[in-house]
Design a protein around this ligand. Structure first.
Ligand SMILES: NC(=O)c1ccc[n+]([C@@H]2O[C@H](COP(=O)([O-])OP(=O)(O)OC[C@H]3O[C@@H](n4cnc5c(N)ncnc54)[C@H](OP(=O)(O)O)[C@@H]3O)[C@@H](O)[C@H]2O)c1
Length: 342
């Protein structure tokens, strides 16, 4: 008996578990080695922004990170900074030497990596194989399931820098999980070790879940970048400092109140102000006009549904937006991002 169960897990006590392990503590064992169920020997394939941070957080919670792969200078630097002392190995060796394999490679690589590892005989029955993709659920790990591995998706809903600042940000972060019922407990235990909060996402809704996060977080970045450029074109020196209090309040209000948080010319029905905006944007920052128009259209619709904008006013705003779209087309404005006319 080497201290592992049939799944290769160390028979120690997991902090998320309430039952007490019955194994006798061995004399002279270090204090931190008190018996916990569910401590793993983790292998990391992909020491990228997410992999290095997640593995470091699990290591701090008591799991052992036995080996990691990642060839680029950036991946090697992350390993040195976040996982010092962890053995560097090629992916098949990483997979063979662990009981919990974290596949933290780009989304489009996941299927290939899983197939390659399974075909190489590097995966085994009972081994846990998890990925951190938001978009994918279990289907992409079918090659691993095919050899009897236990599979799951464990996606921290966070934007990662790949540095130690992410370690604290994981605290309280929601982690989107997809797994079969048999794997639920072990995944929730890992989320507890990350300091996160689990949310279960059905396999068929996985892409929708990810689209919601990407629409919110990624498009927010584009929106803010454009707002900064428009303010710079207006001659504002500190565009970020000018936007920060406004955007932080808008975000906090929207997260709490939804559409009720909306203020500004559209919900007030100030057609003249919207007309002035699109006229000046067309002249001074035309590359921002398509997203301004698309978001203004969506804002009009939501304000009508919310009962705060009358159909008459909405029609007037929509007319202004349609005219601006037409003017943009006629102008053939193929302005590139960053091309701001002052
Ligand atoms: N970035 C985020 O904020 C974030 C947030 C939540 C979830 N995720 C998800 O987490 C996963 C990893 O994303 P990331 O941003 O950490 O990616 P990343 O920084 O680009 O890192 C990818 C890692 O995978 C390795 N890799 C690439 N192709 C590989 C292959 N064919 N075989 C083996 N290793 C390979 C890379 O090694 P080299 O450096 O040697 O190329 C690198 O270590 C993705 O599924 C992503 O959707 C990302």
């Amino acid at each position: 008996m080497d201290g592992r169960d049939g799944n290769g897990e160390v028979l120690l006590m997991h902090p998320a578990h309430t039952a007490v392990a019955h194994a006798e503590p061995s004399l002279g064992a270090p204090e931190h080695a008190h018996h916990r169920i569910g401590l793993h020997r983790i292998g990391l394939i992909g020491a990228g922004r997410v992999g290095a941070v997640v593995a470091a957080r699990l290591r701090a919670a008591g799991h052992e990170v036995v080996a990691a792969s990642g060839e680029s200078d950036a991946s090697r630097a992350r390993l040195a900074a976040l996982l010092p002392g962890v053995r560097h190995a090629k992916p098949t060796d990483v997979a063979r030497g662990c009981d919990l394999l974290l596949l933290t490679v780009p989304d489009d690589m996941l299927g290939n990596v899983a197939t390659t590892l399974a075909d190489a005989g590097a995966l085994r029955p009972g081994q846990l194989v998890l990925h951190t993709s938001g978009r994918h659920g279990l289907a992409v790990l079918a090659p691993a399931a095919g050899v009897g591995a236990r599979i799951g998706a464990l996606h921290p809903a966070l934007t990662f820098t790949g540095t130690e600042v992410d370690l604290d940000r994981l605290a309280g972060c929601v982690v989107g999980l997809t797994a079969a019922p048999a794997e639920r407990e072990v995944l929730e235990g890992l989320v507890a070790d990350l300091g996160g909060r689990p949310t279960w996402v059905p396999e068929e809704r996985r892409t929708l879940y990810h689209a919601g996060l990407a629409h919110g977080a990624n498009h927010l970045v584009t929106l803010v970048a454009e707002a900064r450029e428009i303010l710079a074109a207006a001659g504002v020196d500190d565009a970020s400092g000018t936007l920060r209090p406004l955007l932080e309040a808008a975000l906090a209000n929207a997260l709490e109140q939804g559409d009720a948080a909306l203020t500004g010319p559209i919900v007030r029905g100030d057609v003249g102000t919207v007309h002035a905006h699109v006229t000046d944007l067309l002249a001074a920052a035309p590359h921002t006009l398509p997203s301004y128009l698309a978001l203004a259209q969506a804002t009009v619709s939501r304000a009508v549904l919310d009962g705060r904008l009358t159909a008459l006013r909405a029609a007037a705003v929509r007319g202004v937006l349609a005219d601006a779209e037409q003017a943009l087309l006629e102008r053939g404005a193929a302005a590139r991002p960053g091309e701001v006319r002052r």
